[in-house]
Write a protein that binds this ligand. Structure first.
Ligand SMILES: Nc1nc2c(c(=O)[nH]1)N[C@H]1C(S)=C(S)[C@@H](COP(=O)(O)O)O[C@H]1N2
Ligand SMILES: [Mo]
Length: 190
């Protein structure tokens, strides 16, 4: 989706509206780990220091929520998913990731969306530390897909060959969720 272009059925708003299935979960950076596991050659548990030592990049992208709001040009900074992929070396037949937040949220993301060059694990948003309600200390950001795929409070990414539906996907939301194609709900879902 071209930046600055409103996808079908969306309207622009000034800033992202916070959506949470549960209260903002607490975190202690001293013990925090991001677990990368599943169908990979090298599973790892990354400490906050290990994450901070990885290369960081800044990505500016529009952010589209399936409830029809879009925000222009959100600036994210963090570790590109391509760096995480280099670390763990997913098996050649991986097609999905299941991302999990500390609040118990899960979302299934197609691997081709996860691995796009503008997908990242963000630690900063709009030039400030990621605010608690936006996922502190880090969140997944998949700008090419609806915002529900961008799991906040991220603590695990499971690389998978098969689809295991996350919180919204198991409630009828689309498995891919491309805003340019208005993939809001799954065909045939109740
Ligand atoms: N851990 C977690 N991540 C989540 C959610 C959630 O409830 N928990 N909500 C999702 C939904 S539905 C949307 S639209 C975006 C909203 O991001 P924001 O709260 O930073 O605006 O976060 C997504 N990531
Ligand atoms: Mo959402």
């Amino acid at each position: 989706m071209a930046q600055g272009k409103l996808p079908p059925g969306q309207r622009w708003v000034e800033r992202p509206i916070v959506y949470d299935i549960a209260a903002v979960p607490p975190v202690d950076l001293a013990t925090f780990r991001l677990r990368l596991h599943g169908a990979v050659a090298e599973p790892v548990d990354l400490s906050w220091a290990a994450i901070s030592a990885l290369p960081h990049e800044r990505v500016v992208r529009d952010f589209h929520c399936v409830t029809a709001w879009s925000v222009r040009s959100v600036a994210w900074e963090g570790v590109l998913t391509s760096e995480l992929i280099k670390l763990v070396q997913p098996d050649a037949d991986v097609r999905w990731v299941l991302a999990r937040g500390r609040d118990g949220y899960t979302t299934s993301v197609p691997y081709d969306g996860f691995s796009r060059p503008d997908s990242l694990v963000a630690v900063r948003m709009n030039d400030a530390v990621l605010p608690p309600e936006h996922g502190f200390p880090l969140r997944l950001v998949i700008p090419s897909l609806y915002a529900w795929k961008s799991a906040k409070y991220l603590d695990a990414i499971e690389f998978r060959r098969d689809l295991s539906r996350g919180f919204w996907e198991s409630r009828g939301y689309h498995d891919r969720g491309d805003p340019s194609l208005e993939e809001r709900f799954r065909e045939g879902a109740a």
